[in-house]
Each structure stands twice: as structure tokens, then as C-alpha cells.
Design a binder for this molecule. Structure first.
Ligand code: ME8
Length: 506
């Protein structure tokens, strides 16, 4: 039996202090596009997302609503699932850190690492940002009016002084440098460089991985000392291995862990490299295969975040552009290196020029023509060599971009194919011919190719087009021109509606 290649992709597990916003959708949608693309290429994918439900931030959010934390997290986790459903996110498993199996895994990992001598008890004093759930060392925070503030959330840091359990992060410095410098894990590479520089320029301090229960009670207790609760990041990072049955199914675990791809925003790069790789090493586990890092969606110049108060809701996107429209736009503005300022004006322009006027228009025009001129049946003809050559180049560009996770560039290549189709129609004018089969076959091939390549991003529109035009969504790695003997066009769908109100008119 041929063994099917496996692929494991994860998003961060999001805090449930508030419902998701477009920043969370940005990451989740990107991971979904990669997962769907991989599935189309015949790979067995395990796509994991979920929610991070413990810690002081969540405890306080629940308190502020007068709800017991478990009731509160149950409600918000459902809201996350609802949004992912409305965005057609095809996750295979939704992990919650309050899941029994996860809690068991965290306790087991904590105990194992303790027994190996990497966890010890000592006094901690220092500053903490509850929004980040992170300790801040001198030099890492900013000062406003002489007081320490979190540089990310612009909120005052809290002073903490307590007996705690420490994790010997400092022991792993050489290992981390070795891995980050020599292995191609962090992508794009410059993010690895950032971590390497920080590691080289500062001393790597041990971190607190548990807090006294009277300070934070909402979390997983330290298995051998119930006066302490495990630090939320230690708990959360382990989701990536608990979800693939680190404890209960070693075979499944081994298979997926060797192909683990974490997608994260750059805000949590340190945790996903320095802290995570060290925890894994302490457990005698390899680092993930890849950590794919992206930049921020900003609004009014700052990282969009609930605590900054500059968020755009997913509902607004969905109402304006529909499911596939929103998915396309998230993927189209996706950027690993540079922050993208969220602007409805920009999105309106992309939506109209690419989805409505280019791809949508091509499908509609060709569909109407095929019905009018050929009673919906278009038989195989040869592809014009110029058209054929250009399409092959564009498919190559698309595949190369997808290989490098550059979904936006991949979509540009698809739009070039659709643009070529419109141009071809304009030049060959099939409406003036008595038998335009050749022209229509050419253009239907361009539609088929662009529809298949769009399928990971706009699954609904692609399915509709494929159904109405009579072809299958195939493996994008195996596309071949002239492979369809006959197109049967039963309807010329209008896939993307014009916007009712555009920002220019507002
Ligand atoms: O950090 N632009 O959860 P979180 C782009 N629970 N991406 C954004 C974004 C923005 N403006 N805002 C959020 C946590 N994100 C931890 C993770 S994982 C073991 C634990 C996305 O709810 C981006 O992926 O604060 C970012 O890294 C993540 O949401 C942070 O989500």
C-alpha cells in the first residue's frame, strides 16, 4: 500500500476573553487555505485550531461578567466555533485547554520535566502583563509617566512577588542557537534572525511556570503541589502535542509531529521558538518542522486588538463581502513580512476589480455565451499556443508561491489567468461567430484552471462554477490542458455581487 503523505498544521489557540476579530480570522484563514491546498494535492491533513482558556486574563474576564470561568469559556469557545463555521474553516479538530486529555498531558509533561530537574522552586519578583500573560524584564517594557507599561498593549504592568516554580530556560540557550541557526524552521528566515540576535545580546533567564493558587486559581494545578497553578503559556503550548495524542497514541503522535507546521503572528514568536523548543527538548522531542510567522493587521496604525480598542469585526467583513469574498480578501492581504493596515476602501477595490470584474465577470460572460452559442455544450478543441504557454507559466507561478506560503502572490497568478480569459474574449469576440466552440473551449479551460486554483481560497464559488460548468476540482499539481472532452454549462452563475455601498460613496 502506498503511504499517503501527512501534514499537520496549527493556528495559535486563541484567548477566549473576547470573541475573535479579523486578526484571528487572518491567521485561521491562512492556515485553512494551506490545509485545503494540501488536501487537494492528495496529502492527509490534520488541521488544528482551538482556544486558550486558562489564566489570569480569562479568570478576570469571567469575573467581570459575573460568570464562573467554566461557564464563560464554554460560551466563548462556542462563539469561536461559530465564526470559523461561518468562514468555512475546515479544521479537523478544535482543542480547548480545558479538555480532559489536554489537562492530563500538561500535568504529565510538567511532572516529567520536573523529574528531569528542569523545574525548581524559587522566589520571583518582577513585572507582568496580564494581556500578554507574560513577564517583562527590564529593557523589554516602556515607561509612561515613570511607570512601566506593556509595549504591545499600552497598559500598566503589574508587580508580582511570590514563591514560584521556575523552568530552567537558561539551560537551553546553546541548543536554541544551534537549532535556530542551522535548521530551516522559522519562516520567513528574518524572524529566526530576530530571535537569534535577542538570544545573543541578552542573557536568557529562567521563567516562572507556575503561580500560587491564591493569585490565579483558574488553571491546571501542579500535579505534585496543589497550591500552585501551571503558567498559562506552558499549558497552552502543549496543546500542539496533546491534540495529536502525545499521551495515548504514540504512532499517530510520531507521524504528525514530524510534519508539524505552526502558523503564528509575530507577537508570539518568542514563545513559539525559545520557550516551546526548550519545553520540547526537555521532553526529548524534536522542534516542529516549521513555524510560519506573519505580520499584523493594523488599524489606525496599531496592531488590531481588543484591548487597544481598534478591532474590526468578522461580521462586518462577512456582511460586506460574503464568505468567499471575505476569505479571498484575507488571503489577498496576507503578508508575512509587513503589517497591513486594514482598510475597507482598499478591500472594496480589490473585491470589485478582482472578484467581481475579473474572475466573476469571466465566469458569467463565458457561461452566458456557451449557453447562447452552443446550447451549453462545448467540445474539446485545441488550445491556442499563446494562451496555453501563458497559462502554464501562471500555474507554475501559483504553485511556486503556494510552496512558499505566499498566498497573495498565488492569487495574483490566478487573476492573471482570469484576466487573460477576459482579454481573449475581447479579442476573439465569440459572440460574432456562428460557431465559436474553439474560443469558448479555450476560455472554459482558463476558467477551469483558475477555478481549481482558487478552490482552497473560495471553496463555495469554485464548487458552484465546477458544478455548473461540468468539471471536477482536481489536484492542482496534476493540471493538464485539454483534458476535458466536453463542458456542459447548465447555468452562468453570478458568483460575486456588486457591493451595495462602497466606501467611496460613503
Ligand atoms: O496569543 N493581526 O492568543 P491571542 C494579525 N493564546 N494577527 C493577529 C492579530 C492582528 N491584529 N490579532 C491577533 C495568544 N492575531 C495565545 C496563543 S498558542 C499556544 C497561544 C492572531 O488570542 C495572530 O495569530 O492573543 C496572533 O499570534 C494570535 O492571533 C494571538 O491570539
Amino acid at each position: 500500500m502506498v503511504k499517503v503523505e501527512a501534514f499537520y498544521i496549527t493556528t495559535p489557540i486563541y484567548y477566549v476573553n473576547a470573541p475573535p476579530h479579523v486578526g484571528h480570522a487572518y491567521t485561521t484563514l491562512f492556515a485553512d487555505v494551506v490545509a485545503r491546498f494540501k488536501r487537494l494535492t492528495g496529502v492527509r491533513v490534520f488541521y488544528l485550531t482551538g482556544t486558550d482558556e486558562h489564566g489570569l486574563k480569562i479568570q478576570r474576564a469571567a469575573e467581570s461578567q459575573g460568570k464562573p470561568p467554566k461557564v464563560f469559556v464554554d460560551e466563548v469557545a462556542e462563539v469561536f466555533k461559530k465564526y470559523w463555521k461561518s468562514l468555512d474553516i475546515s479544521y479537523d479538530y478544535f482543542i480547548r485547554t480545558t479538555d480532559e486529555l489536554h489537562e492530563k498531558t500538561v500535568k504529565e509533561a510538567f511532572t516529567q520535566i520536573y523529574k528531569k530537574g528542569y523545574i525548581y522552586k524559587a522566589r520571583y519578583s518582577g513585572l507582568y502583563c496580564v494581556e500578554c500573560e507574560k513577564y517583562y524584564a527590564p529593557g523589554e517594557y516602556i515607561e509612561i509617566g515613570g511607570k512601566p507599561y506593556c509595549p504591545l498593549h499600552n497598559k500598566p504592568l503589574e508587580y508580582m512577588e511570590e514563591e514560584t516554580y521556575y523552568f530552567k530556560l537558561s539551560d537551553f540557550k546553546d541548543y536554541l542557537l544551534e537549532v535556530l541557526e542551522n535548521r530551516d524552521i522559522v519562516y520567513p528566515r528574518h524572524y529566526a534572525q530576530e530571535v537569534i540576535s535577542k538570544l545573543k545580546s541578552e542573557s536568557l533567564r529562567d521563567i516562572s511556570v507556575a503561580r500560587p493558587i491564591e493569585k490565579v486559581w483558574w488553571g491546571i494545578p501542579v500535579p505534585f503541589d496543589d497550591k500552585y497553578v501551571i503558567y498559562v503559556w506552558f499549558d497552552a503550548l502543549l496543546n500542539y502535542i496533546s491534540a495529536i495524542h502525545y499521551l495515548s497514541d504514540r504512532e499517530k503522535f510520531k507521524e504528525y509531529w514530524s510534519v508539524a507546521h505552526h502558523v503564528i503572528g509575530k507577537d508570539i514568536l518568542w514563545f513559539h521558538t525559545v520557550v516551546w523548543f526548550s519545553i520540547l527538548k526537555a521532553l526529548d522531542l524534536e522542534p516542529p518542522r516549521r513555524v510560519i510567522v506573519h505580520a499584523f493587521l493594523t488599524s489606525k496604525g496599531a496592531k488590531m486588538s481588543k484591548s487597544v480598542g481598534n478591532i474590526v469585526s468578522i461580521d462586518e467583513m462577512l456582511q460586506r463581502y460574503g464568505v468567499d469574498g471575505s476569505r479571498y480578501l484575507f488571503a489577498r492581504i496576507f503578508n508575512m513580512d509587513k503589517d497591513s493596515e486594514f482598510s475597507f476602501e482598499l478591500l472594496d477595490n480589490v473585491y470589485i476589480s478582482e472578484l467581481v470584474d475579473t474572475y466573476g465577470n469571466l465566469v458569467r460572460r463565458a457561461g452566458v455565451l456557451a449557453q447562447k452559442k452552443c446550447a451549453g455544450r462545448v467540445y474539446r478543441r485545441s488550445i491556442d499556443s499563446k494562451v496555453g504557454e501563458e497559462v502554464v507559466v501562471k500555474i507554475g507561478e501559483y504553485l511556486e508561491a503556494m510552496k512558499n506560503y505566499e498566498v497573495s502572490s498565488a492569487l495574483q497568478a490566478v487573476m492573471d489567468i482570469a484576466r487573460l480569459g477576459n482579454q481573449y474574449l475581447n479579442e476573439t469576440k465569440p459572440w460574432e461567430k456562428s460557431d465559436p466552440s474553439k474560443e469558448l473551449y479555450n476560455v472554459l479551460e482558463l476558467i477551469r484552471i483558475s477555478t481549481i486554483l482558487l478552490a482552497p481560497v473560495t471553496p463555495r464559488a469554485s464548487r458552484i462554477t465546477a458544478e455548473r460548468f461540468g468539471f471536477n476540482i482536481e489536484n492542482p499539481l496534476k493540471l493538464r490542458l485539454e483534458s476535458i472532452e466536453r463542458y456542459t454549462v447548465t447555468e452562468a452563475p453570478i458568483l460575486f455581487r456588486k457591493l451595495k455601498v462602497t466606501t467611496q460613496q460613503e
